[in-house]
Design a binder for this molecule. Structure first.
Ligand SMILES: Nc1c(NC[C@H](O)[C@H](O)[C@H](O)CO)[nH]c(=O)[nH]c1=O
Ligand SMILES: CC(=O)[C@@H](O)COP(=O)(O)O
Length: 138
């Protein structure tokens, strides 16, 4: 059994609740324990995971958040830099699943977050577990 950290950005709480439900259900179904930490926005997710990793408590990490395009270039920063940060952690050897939605509008986010539709939270949890399995293989 693995112990998994779910790191969630609360910027859009109602959307994140759906991502969380999907991720927790996937981890429960696979028989793994998990705990959740919350940060304000997607930009904080890579740093939060890096800090948590120093504890040595976790086998894998699931990052959840929603970035919706606004009027300015900020979307590119938040979407791109959060993904870049998570990828850097992955290349450093952490098993990280990226469940940060980067969408044009709320309707796109709802479809992707809803566990009964695209279930991207569950998909991110599955991805973290797939990397964890690879770590034990190599
Ligand atoms: N615009 C969105 C943000 N922006 C906030 C940043 O993530 C960050 O918290 C702030 O810049 C302070 O460091 N975050 C999201 O998760 N989603 C957005 O759409
Ligand atoms: C991540 C974003 O694009 C967003 O929430 C910021 O909106 P804006 O560009 O209108 O300031």
């Amino acid at each position: 059994m693995a112990h998994v950290l779910i790191a969630e950005a609360r910027f859009y709480g109602h959307l994140n609740d759906m991502l969380l439900a999907g991720a927790r259900a996937a981890l429960d179904q696979a028989g793994h324990s998990h705990e959740t930490l919350t940060v304000p926005g997607a930009l904080e997710l890579p740093g939060a995971i890096a800090l948590a990793a120093e504890s040595g408590k976790f086998d894998a990490y699931v990052a959840l958040g929603v970035v919706i395009r606004g009027e300015t270039w900020h979307f590119e920063i938040v979407a791109g830099e959060s993904a870049r940060g998570l990828m850097a952690l992955t290349l450093d050897g952490l098993a990280v699943g990226n469940g940060i939605l980067t969408v044009e509008n709320e309707a796109q986010a709802i479809f992707r977050a809803d566990p009964k539709q695209a279930n991207k939270g569950g998909g991110a949890a599955d991805a973290a577990l797939a990397l964890l399995a690879l770590k034990s293989r190599f």
